[in-house]
Write a new protein. Structure first.
Length: 508
């Protein structure tokens, strides 16, 4: 991964579209030259190759163009078809530096160019070499997030009281699994930060309209923009979350309300993944809120776990597991994604939970982690959809989705396609869990307690069909063996399996 350099003089620095914060231009060890000229390349081929959510395309282009406007005369901003064409337009054989990109494809490109020096990654808490040393010390196989998270907390003195975790416990999940308040249509919390669109957004929307006329295809709806596209907006969003929403985050972080898709979630993932915010500043702000008495430890710990624990863990596993991880399919799932799912078509779906969440994805390109894992991902797992196609769908359809984000999240966490290398069990459930943690089941045509018949919940029936299909494997797993034994108590199992077979990929 060592870079190569070409001519003398100050090297220009190449900023990718997810490296937009000031920390990617900070000089010093492993950084670009001080006052280095900046190159940014807007390559339309990225959007031609895959059908991205239009709101995601809008956000990325708006963020890049806002950053270019901030940099002024320092930046050479090139709009072209491909990155290589953009580099030719930049011209010459002058040296370029670039921070380690976030995808293997981008890393392969920059590493193949003699004039480019690849600098260490920025925008994360743990250097690759440090993680590899930790992971190799664990044997390289059972790399549990909880162990990694505690190691990061100790190493960064994050939410620590000396050698002990703040609040006396490493994990406050027990306090952070409350169902939504009964009868509530929304949580009683301040609204999240909402940016205002400007002339750059108008230009982006016009360009996307023109691209569509030229044959570039998107999915989903675009606008108004809901997520920060500049450093100023991202800092305002962080401030509003920490000061007005963080205190209520913990208890209901796993709950779902149809009328309140945001709940107390931060909506900062896209800002972090665009590089507008640095994770260190985010978790430090959250910790300060606890130490000043403005937020309880369970909420702060739950949020810190998402950023310093899960986000960091997924980033590191993406590189540690290697490219072969993309093809893992331990459960042998090969069914294609149906059109209603690919088209984000909630009107084709009867199940209220799936229709509600699909509409949220269609309209905003975002839902929080429980709808992603326990509704969208769980349904894909139960139906046996190809994990590679599911990974691609999540990457394209979410504003915060990138290859490094979705590959471990979907292959390992959501679809259990790695056979347990990342998690200890498949994450799927019947309708009872959805009913307990949401208000989605009440108005539904299906009943969460029904396994068979016209009102059989597709998640309840799908759960037992999944357990039966993988009975031998799951019986050997201590975390699923009890559920497998429950199959023997189902007097209607044969009917359930026949109905699930007949259902196929008919919209649930």
């Amino acid at each position: 991964m060592a870079g190569r350099s070409g001519g003398a003089g100050t090297a220009a620095h190449w900023l990718f579209g997810d490296q937009l914060g000031p920390h990617f231009l900070t000089p010093g060890e492993g950084g670009p030259d001080r006052d280095a000229p900046v190159v940014m390349i807007e390559a339309r081929s990225v959007f031609r190759r895959r059908r991205f959510h239009r709101a995601k395309a809008h956000l990325v282009l708006s963020a890049m163009r806002h950053r270019a406007a901030e940099l002024g005369d320092r930046v050479r901003y090139v709009r072209c078809e491909t990155y290589r064409e953009g580099l030719r337009q930049v011209g010459g054989e002058g040296r370029l530096t670039v921070c380690h990109p976030t995808s293997r494809a981008a890393l392969g490109l920059v590493s193949s160019l003699d004039r480019v020096t690849v600098l260490p990654a920025r925008g994360f808490l743990v250097p690759h070499a440090d993680f590899r040393a930790w992971a190799d010390g664990q044997g390289g196989q059972k790399l549990r997030q909880e162990d990694f998270y505690r190691w990061v907390r100790r190493g960064h003195d994050l939410l620590m009281d000396g050698t002990d975790p703040a609040g006396g416990r490493w994990n406050h999940d027990h306090d952070n699994r409350e169902p939504p308040p009964k009868g509530a249509r929304a949580l009683d919390v301040a609204a999240p930060y909402r940016p205002r669109e400007d002339e750059i957004d108008d230009e982006v929307r016009s360009d996307l309209d023109r691209w569509e006329r030229d044959g570039v295809r998107f999915v989903g709806r675009d606008g108004p923009r809901r997520f920060p596209a500049s450093r100023r907006e991202a800092l305002a969003a962080l401030k509003r979350f920490v000061e007005h929403r963080l205190a209520d985050f913990g208890p209901y972080e796993d709950a779902v309300l149809a009328g309140d898709p945001v709940m107390s979630h931060s909506l900062l993932s896209s800002s972090l993944n665009l590089g507008l915010l640095d994770p260190a500043e985010v978790v430090e702000r959250a910790e300060r809120a606890w130490r000043s008495g403005d937020a309880p430890v369970n909420s702060v710990e739950g949020f810190v776990r998402q950023v310093a624990g899960w986000r960091e863990y997924v980033w590191q596993l993406y590189w540690y597991f290697g490219e072969e991880y993309r093809g893992r399919n331990a459960l042998g799932h090969h069914a294609p994604l149906p059109d209603w799912f690919l088209e984000l078509d909630p009107d084709a779906v009867t199940a209220n939970c799936l229709a509600t969440v699909l509409a949220q994805v269609r309209d905003t390109g975002w839902t929080h982690h429980i709808p992603r894992l326990m509704l969208l991902g769980s349904h894909a797992l139960q139906r046996g959809w190809d994990p590679r196609a599911v990974t691609d769908w999540f990457h394209r359809c979410f504003v915060d989705g990138y290859d490094w984000v979705m590959l471990p999240n979907v292959v390992g966490m959501s679809q259990y396609a790695d056979g347990g290398r990342m998690t200890t069990k498949p994450y799927t459930s019947g309708g009872a869990y959805i009913n307990r943690m949401s208000d989605l089941c009440g108005p539904c045509a299906y009943r969460p307690g029904d396994r068979v018949g016209e009102r059989a919940c597709p998640f309840t029936a799908g759960y037992w069909a999944f357990m039966a299909r993988h009975r031998e494997r799951l019986a050997r797993n201590p975390r699923t063996s009890r559920a497998v034994h429950g199959l023997d108590r189902l007097t209607d199992l044969d009917r359930l399996l026949a109905e699930e077979h007949d259902r196929g990929d008919t919209p649930p």
